[in-house]
Design a protein around this ligand. Structure first.
Ligand SMILES: [Zn+2]
Length: 266
């Protein structure tokens, strides 16, 4: 079965086609109790997508949107709580595994996944056949020239201050889903195009899938994004498209269970 713990929402897929959607509790202990109640029976194995960086052992290294989880042994605690073996990875890495196995990145040997949600996550996958590595990156915290906004990570000028739902909601004084101004979304598309181009060029990617609630719900984002990418990417062709799966991190959490441990760099 699979669990996706995002900065705002948690989804539980017991594997029977039903998905339970809950609000993520910022309190770590309450979140564990909520998951215990939401998971039916005793699963054989659980893949977990998490909205933050984890160590190879599954401890939470950093989670800018779930600060109370930092330093906690998430994998160990979930194994005790759910009485099952658990694998945990960053949500962008799970999104990538899902899109590569089942979605728009099938067959791509150099590809990336970017999630636009509460925060901005990015992961990439390099390799062919059974020899590959999927790795979490900090491309969401790449520095944007001329941007003097302070980011929750402590840096000044991060891409996340221009694209992340939490950062934008705070600055605009209203949730991003309430913003309908076309000019705003054109500016958003330009910032996103610059960030995607740098991410793709730095790793020589052929394809990037963009997922997360903002990418999925904002259809008006895509025409200006395609135009801005075409202006910038005149050297290497990079296929940039919307994630094909409705919930790529949740699908990827299922894939994670069967991924060799050496195939994921956290
Ligand atoms: Zn940052």
């Amino acid at each position: 079965m699979a669990v996706d713990i995002g900065g705002t929402h948690t989804r539980v897929d017991p594997g029977d086609g039903t998905v339970v959607r809950l609000r993520t509790d910022p309190d770590y202990e309450r979140q564990l109790a909520m998951l215990r109640d939401a998971v039916p029976g005793t699963p054989t194995a659980v893949g977990v997508s998490f909205g933050g960086r984890v160590t190879a052992a599954g401890d939470v290294r950093v989670s800018l949107h779930l600060r109370g989880y930092e330093g906690r042994p998430l994998r160990h605690d979930l194994e005790s709580t759910l009485d099952a073996p658990v694998r945990v990875a960053h949500d962008a890495t799970c999104g990538l595994l899902g899109e590569h196995a089942l979605g728009s990145l099938r067959g791509a040997d150099r590809c990336g996944y970017v999630t636009l949600s509460t925060g901005v996550g990015a992961a990439l996958r390099l390799g062919a056949g059974g020899h590959f590595v999927a790795l979490t990156t900090e491309a969401g915290h790449q520095l944007v020239a001329g941007n003097d906004l302070r980011c929750g990570c402590g840096q000044t000028g991060c891409l996340e201050t221009l694209l992340g739902g939490a950062a934008l909601g705070r600055r605009l004084g209203r949730p991003l889903e309430d913003v309908d101004d076309p000019g705003f979304w054109q500016g958003y598309a330009r910032h996103l195009a610059g960030g995607l181009a740098n991410f793709a060029l730095a790793a020589g990617l052929d394809a990037v899938a963009v997922g997360g609630a903002i990418a999925a719900r904002r259809a008006e984002l895509w025409p200006p994004l395609r135009a801005a990418l075409a202006e910038r990417l005149t050297y290497q062709a990079v296929r940039v498209h919307r994630a094909a799966l409705d919930d790529a991190p949740l699908a990827g959490a299922r894939v994670l269970v069967d991924t060799p441990p050496g195939g994921v760099l956290h």
